[in-house]
Design a protein. Structure first.
Length: 299
């Protein structure tokens, strides 16, 4: 399968600070990738190198097999970054028309207004849009050239629930058409919902790269949840063998564990006053915490 992006032993330094350290990865055509990590993990710098905005200190980055900084590569991609303003004194329609002019085969204006949900705002001045509508306009601009790959950086920040739902519906259609998505987000539920592959970065390196299910199975552990009776010492659950984390919601207890079988046996043998027991796999958030926050604490 053709690779849209390739990074080979890439390192990027800013003075004495190493932002990305010896990263290698390939993003295949038609894949939906979620690039996750805490602030300062190297995500933004990695994407900047993929887009040709920043050159690596060492290693090689390829976009569609060529130099990411070349203009002929840019017409094949769409980008939705944070903190990007639009030109003054242009309406929403005029702004979309302007961006369409940068591409050889742009999508129709009406289609872009529809997918962004901005039909009713077509004559409004773009610079006066609310934060959520501005993100929707930026999505329309990212799609303007009918791109083969789209880069989205925290795309739904500021959007209301209805706008989010419409945004993800449109994005699913984009992916189903065989296009490629690279998404960065702190909303792990969104990442789990849309991505077929999750890459987790921490301290400038890749610490996990798998399907969402594979990440959860490998790093999230298992969870045992139950209702604790009045005779239970809730604080005592923290000291049980194989317990990694304890979450409480009233008498509802959730134990994240490295060995659910052993922990469950212990709870039964010790005759804990518990009921409504459920054993499930951990979520993507649990895996993320294990790979980043807990790892940092251990080191």
């Amino acid at each position: 399968m053709t690779n849209v992006v390739e990074m080979t032993n890439v390192t990027k330094q800013f003075g004495s600070k190493v932002a990305v350290r010896d990263v290698s990865l390939a993003i295949e055509k038609g894949s939906a990738i979620a690039l996750l990590g805490p602030n300062g993990a190297g995500k933004t710098t990695s994407i900047a190198m993929m887009l040709g905005l920043v050159r690596p200190s060492r290693g090689q980055v390829r976009l569609f097999g060529g130099d990411p900084s070349y203009a002929r590569q840019h017409v094949r991609m769409g980008v939705m970054l944070q903190g990007v303003s639009v030109p003054d004194r242009l309406t929403v329609t005029e702004t979309i028309q302007l961006f369409r002019g940068f591409y050889p085969h742009p999508l129709p204006v009406e289609h872009l207004l529809n997918v962004s949900g901005l039909g009713a705002d077509s004559r409004s001045m773009a610079s006066t849009l609310s934060g959520g509508k501005m993100r929707r306009l930026q999505f329309a601009l990212a799609l303007a050239g009918d791109p083969e790959v789209i880069f989205l950086d925290e795309p739904t920040v500021g959007m209301d629930v209805t706008s989010r739902r419409q945004f993800w519906d449109e994005l699913r259609q984009f992916i189903s058409a065989g296009k490629t998505l690279l998404l960065t987000t702190h909303d792990l539920q969104e990442a789990d919902m849309v991505a077929d592959r999750v890459i987790v970065m921490n301290s400038g390196t890749i610490v996990a790269d798998d399907t969402p299910q594979g990440i959860k199975m490998q790093f999230a552990g298992r969870q045992i949840s139950f209702i604790a009776g009045m005779r239970c010492d809730i604080d005592g659950f923290h000291s049980l063998p194989h317990v990694l984390d304890v979450k409480t919601a009233g008498r509802q207890i959730t134990l994240r564990t490295s060995d659910s079988d052993a922990l469950l046996r212990n709870l039964i043998i010790q005759k804990y006053d518990i009921s409504d027991i459920q054993v499930t796999g951990g979520g993507l958030e649990d895996a993320f915490v294990h790979l980043t926050i807990e790892k940092e604490a251990r080191t």
